[in-house]
Design a protein around this ligand. Structure first.
Ligand SMILES: *Cc1c(COP(=O)(O)O)cnc(C)c1O
Length: 349
């Protein structure tokens, strides 16, 4: 495809195209930092740290993220977890009962859930046996109503990153949106696709503070894309979708990036130790290559091993119901002590 022909307005839902963003009290007046009296939003005036509505555009947090990631603030949308970001993509671009999306199982379950909630057909094209995208199969499955192809890289639950060639074939060969879910990118030595948003107008990269940043409880998801795409999503997002406590905790954490990096290094170190130990467990038949903070393994009998571990008080994920994942278990990398207990438990079986 000739990307100069790419026009985002041809993809956006008709009703969304004509929307104006809802203008809240905090949108209309933007503080310049000087002392003001706020009598505009019917808030309780007695200060307790959260009596005011949060910044609907999360400017402080976006400014730090933009600087760290080398993009501009206009390329960022924040949401109540990636789950909200992904849902906004459906609501912005997919017309219920008319449009479709394509997912590549085995993959993250939320794409399918959100497609069902939004009444959008989910076309599934399985990964190859090596867990790589079947690029020609996906492109053949697409039609003029295919709005989004969801790529999860590193992929959950398989753990591998997709090859650069496949991703480029999608970006260049598909005239709709390519979403690359990079929830696990901080555990990978591959480069983020974030750097390419200026080059590909149909590229959307999502990240999250839920995994490497250790903030699953605050719910903060990040969408990086062209300013045009971000403007469309801004029209449909709830005005105060990221609460004040979340904005504050997220800001503290992204400014303490050395601590995050140290934790990621420890997790990666533990991951390698865990892989070595798993090789010595005789009912472990295969350990799949991972770029994430989890390891997918094939075992002799996943249901049996899952239940045995559960009885020992160790909860893992049985992924056997997923296509291409028969008899597989997914282990999240824990602390050194937790991983030791896991290995001791596995050795007893
Ligand atoms: C865990 C995970 C997320 C995170 O979702 P949040 O809503 O941000 O917590 C996103 N995508 C994938 C593939 C995941 O595994």
């Amino acid at each position: 495809m000739n990307k100069t022909q790419f026009d985002i307005n041809e993809l956006v839902r008709e009703n969304v195209q004509s929307l104006k963003p809802y203008s809240s009290a905090r949108d209309e007046y933007v503080s310049d930092g000087s002392e003001m009296i706020f009598l505009d939003a019917n808030e309780n005036p007695y200060e307790n740290g959260v009596n005011r509505y949060p910044d609907p555009q999360q400017r402080n947090l976006k400014t730090v993220l933009a600087k760290q990631k080398g993009v501009s603030v206009e390329n960022i949308l924040l949401g109540n977890g990636s789950d909200e970001v992904l849902d906004l993509l459906f609501r912005g671009f997919c017309e219920p009962k008319v449009d479709n999306i394509i997912t590549l199982p085995p993959t993250y379950g939320m794409y399918k859930v959100l497609a069902n909630i939004n009444n959008i057909e989910n076309r599934q094209v399985l990964l190859t046996k090596g867990f790589e995208p079947n690029v020609s199969g996906v492109l053949e499955a697409s039609d003029e109503n295919t709005k989004i192809i969801f790529l999860c890289s590193p992929n959950n639950p398989t753990g591998n990153s997709f090859s650069e060639e496949s991703v480029i074939q999608f970006l260049e060969g598909f005239n709709g949106l390519i979403v690359i879910d990079e929830a696990y990118i901080d555990f990978s030595d591959k480069e983020s696709w974030l750097k390419k948003i200026a080059m590909y107008p149909n590229l959307i990269v999502t990240q999250t503070l839920s995994k490497a940043y250790g903030l699953a409880g605050i719910r903060l998801g990040i969408c990086y894309a062209s300013e045009e795409i971000i403007n469309i999503l801004n029209k449909i997002k709830p005005p105060y979708n990221v609460n004040e406590l979340t904005q504050k905790r997220a800001l503290d954490r992204v400014q303490d990036i050395d601590k995050v990096d140290n934790e990621v290094s420890s997790i990666l170190n533990e991951r390698e130790k865990l892989i070595v130990s798993l090789r010595n467990i005789d009912f472990v038949k295969e350990i799949y290559k991972t770029d994430a903070n989890f390891i997918l393994v094939k075992v002799d009998d996943a249901n049996l091993r899952y239940n045995q571990l559960l009885k020992m008080g160790i909860v893992i994920r049985n992924r056997s119901s997923q296509p291409l994942c028969e008899n597989t278990l997914r282990f999240t990398v824990g602390t050194a002590i937790e991983n030791k207990k896991l290995i001791e438990g596995l050795k007893q079986l």
